[in-house]
Design a protein around this ligand. Structure first.
Ligand code: NAD
Ligand code: UGA
Length: 466
């Protein structure tokens, strides 16, 4: 196969958009077209005003500005881009199934299958198809079977190239990855295809950081990586509850264990619970795969990570209710943050949604300020849970543009996202304008508890007793 000249990426989301932008920036000789069925999303990717890109990621605007129109294009014509490409990345969403067999656990592969069928229908020349989406182990086999049905002599090589970027640091992670993982067939053709992709990443990633494996190891490594990361958060969150009753301080425990180089210091921040589009979905997927193979002990082990996370979110909401004299009925609870972590506008599976939902069940009035999340998004997040109708959600949720107005007259403040700006607020002014006693529930351990207590606040911090 000649050197790759044209790439198509199906799916212009949080992964497809930033990943292809960086590949295009680093490989100006390759023409890259990112396609999506969602017209509004593509329109936003093409917006001259770079603040209107469909996702917020620090540094993304500069990369898009450099490559877009030169060798990076965003389009809705999926067939054309597939037809012209030598290499096709599949970067569509793979959410948890909400129906039928595997409901609530298995990954829904309908978008992947639709993509494979579209490629099979359109392709007239040989292609390398790259799984960029996170997929259950052995999905490549299913994709290959669909593609091989074309019967028109077109040859396909399937590679697995899972993405490890984290939101909020996507550009940094892409520019300087710990590793790039490429899985392919052990045949000569498979190895050639792997080399094509190694060359593309080799434009900026040192060769020793590009790992090559068989397809199944690559697919399974992605699910395993997310499971291990999430497991660390659930582990420290489990310890945080023990800290609260025993007088230990979870920050001190994290530091004490994290300095052991075998444990490592990252991903040991206790919180109100992990969120994001992938941790929960990927662990549930792992649990489902284990169950499918009859490995019940393996399934139960990993499911516990999710059970612990649900517990952490719920007990935070319960803490607010019990502290506010066992009722939040008609009280103003102010939320700082709604995104699942700082520096992103993504709210998928954010702990804030679940905490708000539990408090609304208790008839609280939730007022929210988040620097990047829209009111429409917050309402749709609550509606998605289907706990009550949309009108009831609207009655209990008020979204503000100004943090001080959000916090004025509140009975309690809950920090749900660790946005840096929250630390810089005038907390004396906030205290003066609040109901007394003035309660703060720091779900991210970012505020200076001693300072707040000096002002007069009553502060609850995850993982630290009274
Ligand atoms: P996303 O929902 O933001 O984007 C997926 C896009 O694919 C959507 O815009 C959708 O319209 C489009 N799409 C779906 N089917 C299509 C089709 N047949 N033709 C054209 N477009 C189609 O999802 P995402 O967050 O970018 O995640 C994509 C994959 O990457 C998932 O498997 C996810 O697990 C994985 N992943 C995500 C992250 C992350 O940080 N979000 C990180 C690593 C891996
Ligand atoms: C995560 C992984 O870090 C990425 O490697 C992976 O590619 C991605 O999932 C994916 O497959 O989607 P992401 O979800 O974007 O990335 O963000 P993380 O930084 O991992 O945070 C996930 C959640 O865990 C957030 O809610 C965060 O606040 C929480 N967290 C993280 C903690 O509560 N404590 C920690 O110490 C670390």
């Amino acid at each position: 196969m000649p050197k790759i000249q044209k790439i198509c990426c199906v799916g212009a989301g949080y992964v497809g958009g930033p990943t292809m932008s960086v590949i295009a920036q680093k490989n100006p000789h390759i023409q890259i077209t990112v396609v999506d069925l969602n017209e509004a999303r593509i329109k936003a990717w093409n917006d001259k005003d770079l603040t209107k890109l469909p996702i917020y990621e620090p540094g993304l605007d500069a990369v898009v500005a450099e490559a877009r129109g030169r060798n990076l294009f965003f389009d809705t014509d999926v067939d054309k881009a597939i037809d012209e490409a030598d290499m096709i990345f599949i970067s569509v969403n793979t959410p948890t199934k909400t129906y039928g067999k595997g409901k609530g656990m298995a990954a829904d592969l309908k978008y992947i299958e639709l993509c494979a069928r579209q490629i099979a229908r359109v392709a007239k020349t040989n292609k390398i198809v790259v799984e960029k989406s996170t997929l259950p182990v052995r999905t490549a086999q299913a994709i290959k079977r669909i593609l091989d049905q074309t019967g028109n002599g077109v040859e396909f090589e399937i590679l697995s190239n899972p993405e490890f970027l984290a939101e909020g640091t996507a550009i940094q992670d892409l520019m300087n990855p710990d590793r790039v993982l490429i899985g392919g067939d052990q045949t000569e053709k498979g190895q050639k295809a792997i080399q094509e992709l190694v060359d593309i990443y080799g434009a900026w990633v040192p060769r020793e950081r590009i790992l090559t494996t068989n397809v199944w190891s690559s697919e399974l490594s992605k699910l395993t990586a997310n499971a291990f990361l999430a497991q660390r958060v659930s582990s420290i969150n489990a310890i945080s509850e023990l800290c609260e009753v025993s007088g230990a301080d979870v920050n001190e425990v994290s530091r004490a264990i994290g300095t052991d180089s075998r444990v490592g210091s990252k991903f040991l921040k206790a919180s109100v619970g992990f969120g994001g589009s992938c941790f929960q979905k990927d662990i549930l997927n792992l649990v489902y795969i284990a169950k499918t193979y009859g490995l019940d002990a393996v399934a139960d082990y990993w499911e516990q990570v999710i059970i612990m996370n649900d517990h952490q979110k719920r007990r935070f909401a319960e803490k607010i209710v019990t502290t506010l004299f066992n009722t939040v009925n008609d009280k103003k609870i102010a939320f700082l943050g709604w995104a699942f972590k700082k520096d992103t506008n993504d709210t998928r599976e954010s702990a804030a949604i679940y905490v708000a939902n539990d408090l609304i069940e208790e008839e609280a009035n939730i007022h929210v300020y988040d620097p990047k999340v829209t009111e429409q998004q917050m309402l749709s997040d609550l509606d998605y849970l289907n706990t009550r109708n949309s009108e009831a959600n609207q009655n209990h949720l008020t979204v503000h543009q100004d943090p001080y107005i959000t916090l004025k007259d509140a009975h309690g403040i809950a920090v749900l996202t660790e946005w840096d700006e929250f630390k810089t607020y005038d907390w004396q002014r906030i205290y003066d304008n609040m109901q007394k006693p003035a309660f703060v529930f720091d779900g991210r351990n970012i505020l200076d508890r001693k300072e707040l207590e000096k002002i007069g606040f009553e502060v609850y911090t995850i993982g630290k007793g009274e």
